[in-house]
Write a protein that binds this ligand. Structure first.
Ligand code: TYM
Length: 338
């Protein structure tokens, strides 16, 4: 059934190459919504990336490459409005306004901020808390991204759920104070994905060195997948279900990530066949890894080809950025001026 048409917005930081968590947590949904004919705004969150990136050259290169990967995956700048956050500076103005009504206590409860806070040594330097004002205010800027285009839906992976909830709270508080000015978006679906890392940790993440990337060539894919630690003693599965949501959490985490990827990429019979081997206690790790690597490389091949295609060079990215920011700017200014 066709979903109700609405305004969609989402973004990705240009902090490295796109990985499978980004793809299955976010981009696959971006493409689906684009093809359903919704009004889609997809941007590169280059302001947000400044909480981690420090090298200016890397920053520009990564921004352009990320946009070329968007296009290579199937995002179409003629159907979706694809832009760079910093080309829409009124977002920073809305963020400033939202910051005036946001409690510091609310922001201090953000999981990203709390995680980083937890890693600071107990004996802080002479300036006290070394974390940046930008990091604390990260969810406010994210709320501005969402609210400035009056988004109804924000497709993101599970790790961004709390940030979208904060945007909803901020919008409601703003409207309570000043009248119904802002559109309050929907909460993130409970089914949003959190893809584990190749190291078996809970999340595949750019800064954790545990990613499988969309631009990885076959040799790199095989190397990364072969490097996944597999225990010699798989745990009993304790369920008859084949449903990845039910069965995969019962596996050792690093084996779980292999089965999760297989369930996303291979035909269902292949996934079920390997589940059968697991249940029967057969030796299958080597075959599982080579089969999965083949499916990953098959998935990556057309993306790599389109990434390098002549019509997807730096200049064409610059051209569509210019055309697309002209489409989003009036919408954003209208929100800020209201
Ligand atoms: P970022 O760049 O960390 O991630 C981009 C998108 O990929 C999803 N994702 C995952 N999904 C499932 N499993 C994973 N292991 C995984 N890793 C990443 C993220 O959930 C996200 O959807 N703060 C955002 C960028 C942003 C934004 C916004 C998003 C800025 N403003 C406004 C939506 C709306 C971020 O850092 O995403």
């Amino acid at each position: 059934m066709q979903e109700k048409r609405g305004i969609i917005l989402s973004g990705i930081r240009p902090t490295g190459r796109l990985h499978y968590g980004n793809y299955f947590g976010a981009i696959a949904k971006f493409i689906e919504l684009q093809e359903q004919g919704h009004c889609c705004y997809y941007f590169i969150a280059d302001y947000h990336a400044l909480t981690t990136i420090t090298d200016r050259q890397d920053y520009l290169r990564q921004t352009i490459d990320m946009l070329r990967t968007y296009v290579a995956c199937g995002l179409d700048p003629a159907k979706s409005v694809i832009y760079r956050q910093s080309d829409l500076p009124c977002t920073a103005e809305l963020s400033l306004l939202l910051g005036m009504i946001t409690n510091i206590g609310h922001l201090e409860r953000g999981t990203t901020y709390k995680d980083k806070m937890g890693k600071i040594p107990a004996t802080k330097g002479p300036e006290g808390n070394p974390l940046s004002y930008g990091l604390l205010g990260y969810p406010v800027l994210m709320a501005a991204d969402i609210l400035i285009v009056r988004a109804d839906k924000v497709p993101v992976g599970d790790d961004q759920r709390q940030h979208v909830e904060m945007a909803i709270d901020i919008a409601q508080k703003f409207n309570y104070r000043f009248g119904e000015v802002l559109n309050v978006p929907e909460a993130v679906s409970r089914n949003a994905l959190r893809l584990p890392g190749l190291d078996g940790s809970a999340k595949m993440g750019k800064s954790d060195n545990n990613t499988l990337d969309l631009l990885d060539d076959p040799k790199t894919v095989l190397q990364k997948i072969k490097g996944v630690q597999t225990t010699t003693d798989p745990l009993p599965l304790d369920t008859d279900s084949d449903d990845p949501e039910v069965v995969i959490p019962k596996m050792p985490p690093s084996l779980g990530v292999l089965y999760r990827l297989l369930s996303l990429l291979a035909p269902i019979e292949v996934y079920q066949d390997f589940l059968g081997k697991y249940r029967r206690g057969e030796k299958f790790y080597g075959m599982l890894k080579t089969t999965l690597a083949e499916h990953v490389s098959k998935f990556n091949a057309p993306i790599i080809e389109r990434f390098n295609a002549p019509g997807n060079d730096d200049q064409s990215v610059r051209d569509f950025l210019r055309a697309n920011v002209a489409k989003v700017t009036p919408v954003a200014l209208d929100t800020v001026e209201s």
